[in-house]
Design a protein around this ligand. Structure first.
Ligand code: NDP
Length: 331
């Protein structure tokens, strides 16, 4: 039976279409956005119901602001009648043309703050609630309880086992020795590695942290009833994620992905893939990074994508976890 899912970043792109697919599958969807009105307008533009909070409800959380995450998660927990059955960490910013780092209210570089720290804190605050989920599932002969799921959007450019992860524009994802986190991650520091600010790399590093978080959650909560996975939904080259890239790039990139690499995936298909990872029984495996490959073929099946050492190394992972706990104010 479908349950209740919280998903971040649904005003456009993958998150909006994942919301659509999940509502159509009968899930109750709660969206978290920095502006609930825009979330509602986008949902309504793709035919989703308004004024039906049992099906679709919008709450306000700015993931770039840890206070907003804390307050938003707290009021959500107070309002929920039943535990959440799934959490999808989808929201992200990509700001490759910044000359200088933008800072969150806590003083952190904004792409790491939004994409990683906001989600990291949100997950920590919701874990206990998610572990109480008791979604019934028919197990052939009798009813059982379906595990709850935490699903995190990863990407090919943060995994240097894949070609897309090796591209040196501006540099592959790399957290170095994490001295940037260790030293508090505030001005003048802007990168996890403590090195010079590269805005495009800041995005990749934040997505690497997202994928490391998935692996570390899987390791730490192995015996909990929650399943943790990440996914690469394919190259959704026409979403608003690319709104801050040069106009020519925005025009060429989808064509390049359609005609040259064959990696292009529509927002609808990417959204549906997220919904599958949330709800389908084939995806009920913890610790997997799901992919459908970089060259799309019709009816291609998902597989467990091999991850680079930068994602799986347990020592780095533990360090990312501990430093993130400290930087979101939980330790
Ligand atoms: P979009 O820009 O279309 O969607 C991003 C969403 O995040 C928007 O709803 C945006 O809302 C929201 N968001 C941004 N900042 C915040 C914030 N501070 N608080 C709350 N919400 C926020 O991008 P995509 O759909 O392409 O990306 C979705 C996810 O998919 C990302 O995690 C991305 O890394 C991942 N991904 C995307 C790929 C692609 O090819 N597009 C490939 C691989 C992974 P707002 O309107 O407020 O800005």
């Amino acid at each position: 039976a479908p349950g209740t899912v919280l998903i971040t970043g649904t005003t456009s792109g993958v998150g909006l279409y994942a919301t659509k697919s999940l509502v159509e599958r009968g899930w109750r969807v709660i969206t978290a956005n920095r502006c609930s009105l825009r979330a509602e307008a986008s949902a309504s533009a793709v035919g989703l119901p308004t004024n039906s909070p049992r099906q679709l409800k919008h709450i306000q959380i700015d993931l770039g602001d840890l206070d907003s995450v804390r307050n938003g998660a707290k009021s959500l927990l107070e309002d929920l009648e039943k535990p959440l059955d799934a959490l999808v960490c989808n929201a992200a910013v990509y700001l490759p043309r910044l000359k200088k780092p933008l800072r969150s209210p806590q003083g952190y570089e904004i792409s790491m703050a939004t994409n990683h720290f906001g989600h990291f804190l949100l997950i920590q605050m919701l874990l206990e609630n998610l572990s109480k989920s008791s979604r019934p599932v028919w197990k052939g002969r009798s009813w059982g309880v379906e595990s709850s799921r935490v699903v995190i959007l990863g990407t090919v450019t943060a995994n240097n086992k894949e070609l897309g992860g090796k591209i040196p524009i501006p540099a592959p994802a790399d957290l170095g020795n994490l001295s940037g986190f260790e030293e508090g991650f505030c001005d003048p520091i802007s990168m996890a590695s403590g090195k010079r600010f590269k805005p495009g790399k800041a995005y990749k590093d934040s997505k690497l942290c997202n994928m490391i978080t998935t692996q570390e959650l899987h390791r730490r909560f192995n015996s909990s009833p929650i399943l943790f996975s990440s996914l690469y939904p394919g190259c959704v080259a026409n979403t608003r994620l690319f709104r801050n890239t040069p106009k020519l790039f925005q025009w060429l990139f989808p064509w390049f992905q359609k005609l040259i690499t064959g990696g292009f995936v529509s927002e609808a298909l990417a959204g549906d893939r997220v919904a599958q990872v949330v709800s389908d029984p084939q995806f009920a495996i913890s610790g997997v990074h799901w992919s459908w490959g970089n060259r799309q073929r019709k009816d291609r099946q998902q597989f467990s994508q091999e991850l680079s050492d930068r994602v799986t190394d347990p020592v780095t992972s533990r360090k990312v976890w501990e430093l993130s706990m400290r930087l979101v104010g939980l330790k």
